[in-house]
Each structure stands twice: as structure tokens, then as C-alpha cells.
Design a protein around this ligand. Structure first.
Ligand SMILES: [Zn+2]
Length: 78
């Protein structure tokens, strides 16, 4: 369950935002290994982990980063 895993990554503060511009965002997600999650406005989300390179579907690292961004934006709005 990627969603459960993603929530745990967030809760344990394993998601670190490294860079954020209007065009792209870079995250570092530390689970067993360290993974780089990159969001680009043109290309969408990608991650350096095996799951993503094989399956090309959002992995827990991507979901965690998306949730991280979402939460931060919600905080900014309030
Ligand atoms: Zn990943």
C-alpha cells in the first residue's frame, strides 16, 4: 500500500524539500535508501527508485512528496 507508506514517510519527516520554483520541485525522501523525487511542470513527477523505473506508476516517495506540497500549500492559504 503506497498510500500508507507515504503517510508514514510524511509522519516520520522523511520528506525534505530541496528546491522549489514555479517550474520544478526537488525532494529528497529517505526510507531504506535515499531517493530523489523531481516534479517538473512539463514532465510531471518522477523518482529515482526501482519501483518507479520499472512500473512507471507513482511510488510511495512521489505520493509522499505530493502530499507534502499539498499540505504546505494549505498552510500557506490559511
Ligand atoms: Zn520512489
Amino acid at each position: 500500500m503506497n498510500n500508507v507508506k507515504a503517510k508514514k514517510l510524511l509522519k516520520d519527516k522523511k520528506v525534505v524539500a530541496e528546491l522549489e520554483t514555479n517550474q520544478r520541485a526537488h525532494f529528497k525522501v529517505v526510507s531504506n535508501d535515499e531517493h530523489s523525487v523531481i516534479f517538473s511542470k512539463n514532465k510531471g513527477w518522477s523518482c529515482s527508485c526501482r519501483h518507479f523505473s520499472i512500473k512507471r506508476t507513482p511510488c510511495s516517495h512521489i505520493i509522499a512528496s505530493q502530499e507534502f506540497l499539498k499540505r504546505r500549500r494549505e498552510k500557506k492559504v490559511k
